[in-house]
Write a protein that binds this ligand. Structure first.
Ligand code: EPU
Length: 419
């Protein structure tokens, strides 16, 4: 367990390349189970969630090697169909193994992840859709015992476009009999990356990026090589860090259109942008303007994974803003910590909405990261605060940022990691 010591007041300047996307690499690693062969995956981020997913693959019997950002998985030797409970408890997204293991073996045992720091986070869509495709799932004291004698394609419709449930159904459908049509599917870029990976492996999938994904089951898959897309949330975090410090940065090797929902809102605060090819250049004014309203929505709306970083930014902007968090009802643990630094934030009766009145300065304090993006938001607040901010509980931040202290130092920030 470590902490970040951040001394604020330095405008970030320089050029940086965000790594591969966490929320793409996790389902793609789960998908390597399907081909019973070799998958070579480049541009994998060196974050703790990647390492946990590798541990799950090894526990199932895969041979996995890591070489820099390249992970090679050989899933021919899987001999265990139980996803270890302690690993599922440490990473909710391991529920994604339900679809790939059921798809290949017709069998998996996986514990049901409970609620988490972001809220209830039910998995009812996952369970309902697997049952619809023919799986029998029993809940034995929190452990889901799943079996199927051959899954069959179905029409699956989600009440809301869940990222994880869309991915789970795609994985289950790849080797199923017949056609699966997913309606009201999530449209996040990571779903398109998963589709690209599956197609390169021999699957018949189309429609990712729209609300309707169609999977026609195939009998056999083959070896695959794939490069993970850049992480739009890490990119957005660096842009916001530059904005909150009045800095100027260039992001390289990114896909600008994935970042439009973030940078269109940064542009409203007064930041200047240029994007060409795979680069974005941001120049921030001395003081940012607040936004009237910020509402988190499924892609291509403003991402919930950027809400805490924007909350920090709006705390220091001129004017007031109402933030509506519509995806995760409890994604507000950073509020109390920001208040310790002098932020003026009121949780509204219609919580999880909050009113932020911009203040002229924040003051360094000892605060605690309570979840991944909340921790990133506190680091950003520290970069702009007067004095030193200590952000405890780095373990959350390490789940999604590969050595954030090195990346920000490279841009001129005064940040140290103390273990
Ligand atoms: N939901 C249900 N039932 C379900 C599934 C979801 O009610 O069976 C609800 C959730 O409670 C939530 C909404 O649907 O209110 C959307 O949740 P979703 O399933 O889309 O989220 P997820 O798949 O669990 C992924 C990302 C999150 C990101 C969300 C939303 C991964 C590994 N995780 O989670 O990433 O916030 O989509 O975009 O892809 C993060 O990176 O910090 C992070 C939390």
């Amino acid at each position: 367990m470590g902490e970040y010591h951040v001394t604020g007041g330095k405008p970030l300047r320089g050029t940086i390349r965000p790594g591969g996307a966490k929320n793409a690499v996790l389902p793609i690693l789960a998908a390597t189970v399907l081909n019973g062969g070799t998958s070579v995956i480049h541009n994998c981020p060196g974050i703790s969630d990647t390492h946990l997913t590798v541990e799950i693959l090894r526990a199932l019997g895969c041979r996995v090697t890591l070489d820099g950002g390249t992970i090679t998985v050989d899933s021919s030797g899987i001999n265990n169909h139980n996803v270890p409970i302690d690993l599922v408890k440490r990473m909710r997204s391991s529920i994604i193994f339900m679809g790939s293991m059921l798809g290949r073996f017709g069998e998996v045992t996986i514990s049901a992840p409970g609620g988490c720091e972001l809220g209830v986070r039910s998995i009812d869509f996952h369970i309902r859709s697997m049952r619809q495709m023919g799986a029998v799932i029993t809940d034995e004291e929190g452990v889901l015992v799943c079996s199927a004698s051959g899954l069959t394609g179905q029409r699956v419709t989600f009440d809301t476009p869940s990222v994880g449930a869309t991915e789970n159904v795609m994985l289950a459908a790849v080797l199923a009999k017949g056609e699966t049509i997913i309606s009201n599917a999530a449209r996040e870029p990571e779903i398109t990356d998963l589709q690209d990976f599956l197609v390169s492996m021999g699957a018949n999938v189309r429609g990712a990026g729209t609300g309707r994904i169609i999977v026609n089951g195939v009998k056999k898959l083959h070896d695959v090589e794939h490069t993970i897309i850049p992480d739009r949330i890490v990119a957005g975090t660096y842009l916001t860090a530059a904005a909150i410090t009045g800095g100027e940065i260039i992001l390289t090797d990114i896909i600008p259109e994935h970042i439009y929902p973030i940078y269109s809102r940064l542009a409203e605060t007064g930041c200047h942008f240029k994007d060409e090819n795979k680069q974005i250049h941001l120049r921030a004014p001395k003081r940012l303007k607040s936004l009237d309203r910020l509402t988190t929505l499924p892609h291509p709306g403003f991402p919930t994974d950027m809400q805490p970083q924007f909350t920090a930014l709006l705390c220091l902007s001129h004017g007031s803003c109402v933030i509506n968090e519509t995806i995760f009802e409890a994604r507000n643990k950073h509020i109390e910590e920001l208040r310790r630094m002098g932020a003026d934030i009121t949780l509204l009766r219609s919580s999880p909405a909050m009113l932020i009145r911009g203040v002229k300065s924040l003051t360094g304090a000892k605060v605690e990261a309570k979840d991944l993006r909340g921790g990133a938001g506190l680091i950003l607040a520290g970069l702009a605060a007067e004095g030193t901010t200590v952000i405890q509980n780095s373990v959350h931040v390490e789940r999604g940022y590969d050595k954030i202290e090195d990346a920000l130092s490279l841009l001129g920030a005064d940040i140290r990691f103390i273990s």
